[in-house]
Write a new protein. Structure first.
Length: 95
């Protein structure tokens, strides 16, 4: 299991195909947008402890919600495939 926090408008990448964006926070829920290269974006309203299946053997769970961020728990078949979007962009930037 991997724990990562995100503030609204911050994103994560799962592999090269799936962008996970935290859109909005309330006291007990997070709205997450999933954007896959081959599908239209989908928004998901997740309460504390709700889970979302991202891919076979890959699950995102809302572990904690604080005033300015959500902490997500990821159970992944390939933990190395998950990265913060800002890190992903630096690693894949043209040289």
């Amino acid at each position: 299991m991997i724990l990562l926090s995100r503030k609204p408008a911050e994103c994560l990448m799962l592999g090269d195909d799936l962008l996970i964006a935290l859109l909005e926070l309330t006291a007990d829920a997070a709205t997450v947008r999933m954007t896959h290269k081959r599908h239209p974006p989908t928004d998901h309203f997740l309460r504390l402890r709700d889970s979302l299946h991202l891919a076979p053997d890959s699950v995102l769970t809302v572990r904690e919600i604080q005033a300015d961020k959500a902490i997500f728990a990821f159970t992944l078949a390939d933990p190395a495939a998950l990265s913060r979007k800002e890190i992903y962009d630096k690693l894949h930037a043209p040289r």
